[in-house]
Design a protein around this ligand. Structure first.
Ligand SMILES: [Zn+2]
Length: 269
């Protein structure tokens, strides 16, 4: 096993713990920056997860809203590209670094998520997350928002990072926001939140059938479909690596010890 794969596996095994760390509110608040992705579509990077900004002449649709502390900075970044108000926020999943802004957006916008993401917030599946407001509107398999003659679709293809990860699809822009089904370089499985390393590849295989060329990951720079396929294959390698250790009769604790000894360091994400 390569050290890279081991690092990925280690990150997966402790995924729930990492998700907890992601939920920790840090100070001071990092600077946010907005970048154009396609016509009418922007991405706000910095602190928490990536926030997509979809501009129409009847309002703005956001994908994710970072931490509550980022609310004013998110609005300031949006103001640099449009004066339209935020009308909808679609959460990719329930983690605090993607959904903690809900509480501040709910008075002005409709917040939408998968039913499972809402349940995970209500059941406090992320231990250290505080004050995360659940969506008012939920869906199970698919929904869409039509605003200003433009369309955004939200799809649930199955378990992966959690049991409620939505893929947000901008068909005219041929772009998807994956949430943490693709995040940085290492897959993190939130087992407490219903995640599954077994189902993750199937979920991404279904998403890959959409017609898109550009990918906004949950964290990290905007990338392309080929990079998502590479990420999907890394998830498969990780799964096979863990399966191999299980076949050798190792317990999850043994596997964690083996991976930590071999990697001799911390995971990269
Ligand atoms: Zn997450």
């Amino acid at each position: 096993m390569s050290k890279k794969i081991l690092a990925i596996a280690l990150a997966a095994l402790i995924g729930a713990g990492v998700a907890t760390v992601q939920g920790f509110i840090s100070k001071p608040i990092p600077q946010l920056n907005i970048y154009k992705v396609k016509d009418d579509l922007y991405n706000i990077e910095g602190d928490g997860g990536n926030v997509s900004v979809f501009v129409t002449n009847e309002g703005v649709i956001l994908v994710d809203d970072k931490y509550e502390q980022d609310h004013d900075a998110i609005l300031a970044q949006i103001r640099t590209v449009t004066n339209q108000p935020v009308k909808y926020v679609i959460n990719t999943h329930y983690h605090a670094d993607h959904s903690s802004g809900n509480a501040r957006f709910l008075p002005m916008a409709e917040v939408i998520s998968t039913a499972n993401a809402r349940t995970n917030i209500l059941e406090h599946k992320q231990p250290n997350a505080v004050g995360v407001a659940p969506a008012r509107i939920v869906f199970t398999d698919e929904t869409a928002v039509f605003l200003g003659g433009k369309e955004v679709r939200a799809r649930y293809f199955g378990r992966g990072h959690t049991n409620g990860d939505a893929i947000i699809y901008f068909p005219a822009q041929r772009t998807i926001h994956t949430g943490d089904l693709m995040a940085d370089t290492t897959p993190l499985v939130d087992y407490g939140g219903g995640g599954s390393i077994v189902e993750w590849t199937k979920t991404l295989d279904a998403a890959m059938k959409l017609d898109f060329d550009t990918v906004i990951p949950g964290h990290g720079p905007v990338t392309d479909k080929a990079a998502l396929l590479t990420y999907r294959n890394n998830v498969e390698k990780l799964r096979n690596c863990v399966y191999g250790l299980i076949r050798q009769g190792k317990s999850q604790e043994d596997i964690r010890d083996i991976l930590m000894a071999d990697t001799a360091g911390k995971p990269t994400a």
